[in-house]
Structures are given as structure tokens and as C-alpha cells.
Design a protein around this ligand. Structure first.
Ligand SMILES: O=C(O)CCC(=O)C(=O)O
Length: 244
């Protein structure tokens, strides 16, 4: 990321990488995803009005990092980590208890209702969407509300299920993405997605990253994978010895 890219990300809350992940990796991600959908291995989120237990009604595969090494390979790809380092610094952790899923968005998939993943006072968490298939206006690309991570007032993080009637819809911009493309956004930004109006799916991985907290005394959190750098400690001596 250039200084201007970093400014753009901080101001607007999102950034579309100019590079794409290699085609071969994207093909392997798709092969594994097709296998996972066919096996319907839980945990899975199903489309609301479709019967459970049919592959064509799989809306989301959860816990992908535990399903296959290829998902972790993509999550650690240097193209992605280089861009993340621009806003998170050198010590980066991948969350396994946040996101860690793959949106399948089958044909007729219902909208993703407006939500912001984190509160504005939480430590910065960056969401990376890694696209396995092209995402277009027709198949329900993500819509983001630029700058909404900087709102100076409290708003419910999940403001209801009226997707098109919400004022957030008019404030949002659609972000079409190519297969292999990566979109980063501050998870405090409001976002959602329209329904899929095509006959195909619209697959993307959703991953969460944070800077390592250098004040944490406990370094081995089993829910975080250190994907770059080290777990440094910069707090006071621990346990604090008290006044001399
Ligand atoms: O599928 C999308 O574009 C929305 C992704 C999203 O909001 C999520 O995975 O939490």
C-alpha cells in the first residue's frame, strides 16, 4: 500500500487491492469449496426459505480455516498480508473466532442485511473478502457505506432487515470485484449485499485480521493465528512490581 492508499483506507474505510491472487490458487479454492458444499459438512448456514440438507441451499460454509489447508494458504498469501501491513503494522493475527467463513451465495440468495461487525471503540479489525468468483451488480456484490467507521454516535450494529428501505442503502456504494480480487475494509463500516439475481453462485471468503496487542501478557490465544511478525510485549514489567 502506498501512503495515499493508506490515507484512502483510513478515510473511506475500504481498499480494493490492485493485485489478484494467482489463478491456480483460486481454482484450488473453488475445487475445495465445491467438495465442501457437496458434503454439506456442518457448520453451515442455510438459505432461509430453502430446505436444509440440499447443497444448492448452502448459503455459507463456516469455520473454513479448520476445513482445509488451502483456505489458510489463501489467508496467508503475501499479497494480502503486504496490504494488511499498511494499516495493521508488522505483527498480524488472523482470527478464527470472527468471520472465518465462505459466502456461497447460491442463485436467488437473499440479501445480506446491513451490519457493522465491530463497535467503533473496539480495536481495529480488518475484514478481507477474497473472491473465488466474479462479484457483480447482478449477483449481489457487497455494498459499503464509505466513512461509516468514523461515525461519532452510537448506532445499532444490526439496524434491521429492511435492506432497500434503509437510509444506509442510499449512502452505500456497490463494489463489484473480479475472481481472485481482494477487498479490505474496516469492520466498523456498515455493509450488506443485494440478493443474487443470477443462475450462478457468488463465492467469497470472509476473514478477520487484527494487529497483535503488544500489551497482552498472555500471548498464546488459541483463537488467533500469527500470520506475520511476532508477538511483542511493550507493557510494564509483568507482574508489576509496584512502587520501589
Ligand atoms: O457476501 C457478502 O458480500 C457480504 C459478506 C459479509 O458481510 C460477511 O461475510 O459478513
Amino acid at each position: 500500500m502506498t501512503d495515499e492508499d493508506i490515507w484512502y483506507f483510513r478515510h473511506n474505510g475500504f481498499y480494493r487491492l490492485p493485485q489478484r491472487l494467482p489463478e491456480g490458487l483460486v481454482a484450488r479454492l473453488n475445487e475445495e469449496t465445491t467438495r465442501q458444499i457437496a458434503s454439506m459438512q456442518e457448520p453451515v448456514v442455510w438459505e432461509d426459505d430453502g430446505p436444509r440438507g440440499r447443497p444448492e441451499h448452502v448459503r455459507r460454509l463456516s469455520k473454513i480455516l479448520q476445513r482445509s489447508g488451502v483456505f489458510l494458504e489463501a489467508a496467508q498469501h503475501e499479497t494480502l498480508l503486504d496490504a494488511l501491513a499498511g494499516v495493521l503494522g508488522p505483527n498480524i493475527e488472523l482470527m478464527t473466532n470472527k468471520h472465518n467463513h465462505l459466502m456461497v451465495r447460491p442463485p436467488a440468495s437473499a440479501p445480506v442485511f446491513w451490519h457493522a461487525g465491530e463497535e467503533t471503540w473496539d480495536p481495529v479489525l480488518i475484514t478481507a473478502l477474497v473472491y473465488l468468483e466474479e462479484s457483480t451488480l447482478d449477483n449481489g456484490c457487497i455494498r459499503l457505506v464509505p466513512g461509516s467507521h468514523q461515525r461519532p454516535f452510537a448506532w445499532p450494529r444490526r439496524p434491521g432487515k429492511d435492506f432497500y428501505g434503509s437510509p444506509l442503502y442510499d449512502r452505500s456504494v456497490p463494489i463489484p470485484m473480479p475472481a481472485g480480487g481482494v477487498l479490505l475494509f474496516n469492520d466498523c463500516c456498515f455493509h450488506g449485499a443485494e440478493e443474487n439475481r443470477t443462475d450462478g453462485s457468488r463465492r467469497s471468503m470472509t476473514l478477520g485480521y487484527r494487529a497483535h496487542d503488544s500489551h497482552d501478557v498472555g500471548k498464546e490465544d488459541p483463537e488467533k493465528i500469527l500470520v506475520r511478525g511476532e508477538r511483542v510485549y511493550t507493557g510494564h514489567e509483568s507482574p508489576y512490581p509496584g512502587p520501589a
